[in-house]
Design a protein around this ligand. Structure first.
Ligand SMILES: [Zn+2]
Ligand SMILES: [Zn+2]
Length: 375
C-alpha cells in the first residue's frame, strides 16, 4: 500500500496549492525526455495520488481510511483507470510514438439473407441459389482504390508517417503529442487519381447470386454462416461473413414435427372394415400402405425412414400416416339396401332410422363434428 503524501513528497497538512506544485514537479521529473523510458508505473501512481489529494472529498476519505475507504466509497475510486489523467498519460508515454500510418483496408460488413426452402429441401438437403445485395471488390483496381497504372503517393504533410506532432498546452507545461495527419487522414499516402469504377472505394455495390448449401434437418430460423461471403471491405479489406436464415415453406399434405412427418390418409368406411392397400404421397414418391381390416380413425401407420434427414447426424425421421375413416354421405338405393342388410346381419338394424324425419336430421347434424380427425 502506498502513501499518497509520500509519493508526492508533501506533508499531511499540505495545501491544495502545495499538492498541485508537488505533482507538477514529480510529473516533469518522470517525463520520458527527462527520466528516460520505464517510468510509466511510477507516473501512474503519482497521478492517482494527485487525483485523490486534489479532490477535497476523496482526500477526506483517504485521510480517514486509506485506499480501502476510497475503494468502497460512493465517490468512485479511480483505481488506476484515471479518466482525466488518462489523456495526460497518453501524451506522456504512448501517445503515438512508433504507431505509424494506418491502413486504408477495412473489413467488410456481415450480410444477411433469407433462404426459402421446401420440405423436400429440408428433408434431403439442397443447394439453393439466392440473390444478395452486397459489395464486391472492384474488378478494375482490385481494391487498391487507384486508377489503373497509378499508385498512392507519399503524403508530404507527414512524410508518410500518418501523424504529425502537436504541442499541447497543459498545466504541466507544453507537451508534444501525435495526432493523425490532417492532410492524408492518417494513411501516410494520398490517392491522386482514384479509380473511376469504384470512386476510389475499392469495391462496388452489386446484386449477386450466391449458392447456399442447405444441410438436411434445418428449420425456420436456422442460421448458416458463410465465411467471407459478406460485403467486401473498403480499400481491399477482407470481406465480412454472410448469414443465411432458413425459412421453411409449408407442404400441402405433409406436416413436420422435428424429424418426423405426418400426413392424413382418408380411408373409405368399407376399406377400413375390410382392409386394403392404399397409396399415400410421400417425399420419396407415392408409397403403398396396408390398412388392416378393422382400421379406425386415428390409427397411426409408421413408415420408418421417410421423414426429415437429421441435422448433422445420420438417418431420417419417420412418416406417420394417420387414418381418417370416411363415412359415405350419399347412398344409392342399392347401397342403402346392402348396408341395411349388413346392419341386420350384425344385429344393428334397431338403430337404423327407417323414415327420414326430425330425429334423423338431429342425428345427421351431430355426426359432422364427431368423426373429425385428430392428431
Ligand atoms: Zn476501383
Ligand atoms: Zn499525411
Amino acid at each position: 500500500m502506498s502513501d499518497y503524501y509520500e509519493l508526492l513528497g508533501v506533508s499531511r497538512d499540505a495545501t491544495a496549492d502545495e499538492i498541485k506544485k508537488a505533482y507538477r514537479k514529480r510529473a516533469r521529473q518522470l517525463h520520458p525526455d527527462v527520466a528516460g523510458p520505464g517510468h510509466e508505473d511510477e507516473f501512474k501512481a503519482v497521478s492517482v495520488a494527485y487525483d485523490v489529494l486534489s479532490d477535497a472529498d476523496k482526500r477526506k476519505m483517504y485521510d480517514l481510511g486509506g485506499e480501502d475507504a476510497l475503494r468502497g466509497g460512493p465517490g468512485g475510486f479511480p483505481g488506476g483507470d484515471f479518466s482525466d489523467l488518462g489523456g495526460m498519460f497518453q501524451a506522456f508515454f504512448g501517445g503515438g510514438q512508433g504507431r505509424g500510418p494506418i491502413s486504408r483496408a477495412r473489413r467488410g460488413q456481415d450480410g444477411m439473407v433469407a433462404v426459402p426452402v421446401t420440405l423436400a429441401d429440408v428433408a434431403f438437403g439442397a443447394t439453393k441459389s439466392v440473390k444478395v445485395d452486397t459489395y464486391v471488390q472492384c474488378a478494375t483496381c482490385h481494391g487498391s482504390c487507384c486508377a489503373p497504372g497509378t499508385s498512392p503517393v507519399q503524403c508530404t504533410g507527414c512524410n508518410g508517417q500518418g501523424q504529425v506532432q502537436r504541442v499541447q498546452r497543459s498545466f504541466l507545461g507544453n507537451i508534444m503529442t501525435s495526432v493523425p495527419c490532417p492532410e492524408c487522414g492518417g494513411y501516410g499516402t494520398k490517392i491522386v487519381t482514384p479509380c473511376r469504377d469504384c470512386a476510389g472505394e475499392g469495391r462496388n455495390h452489386v446484386r449477386r447470386d450466391i449458392e447456399i448449401n442447405v444441410p438436411a434437418g434445418v428449420s425456420t430460423g436456422t442460421r448458416l454462416r458463410l465465411s467471407g461471403q459478406g460485403e467486401a471491405g473498403v480499400g481491399g479489406g477482407p470481406a465480412g461473413d454472410l448469414y443465411a436464415i432458413i425459412q421453411e415453406e409449408q407442404h400441402p399434405s405433409l406436416e413436420r414435427d422435428g424429424d418426423d412427418l405426418y400426413t392424413e390418409l382418408r380411408v373409405p368406411m368399407t376399406a377400413a372394415a375390410l382392409g386394403a392397400n392404399l397409396s399415400v404421397e410421400t417425399l420419396d414418391g407415392d408409397q403403398e400402405v396396408t390398412v388392416r381390416a378393422g382400421a379406425q380413425s386415428g390409427d397411426d401407420i409408421r413408415l420408418e425412414g421417410l421423414g426429415v434427414g437429421r441435422l448433422r447426424r445420420k438417418g431420417r425421421g419417420d412418416l406417420h400416416v394417420v387414418l381418417t375413416v370416411e363415412t359415405p354421405t350419399r347412398l344409392t338405393d342399392r347401397q342403402r339396401e346392402l348396408l341395411e342388410e349388413l346392419a341386420a346381419l350384425r344385429g344393428e338394424d334397431g338403430f337404423v332410422a327407417v323414415e327420414e324425419g326430425l330425429l334423423d336430421r338431429i342425428k345427421n347434424a351431430g355426426k359432422g363434428g364427431k368423426s373429425r380427425k385428430r392428431r
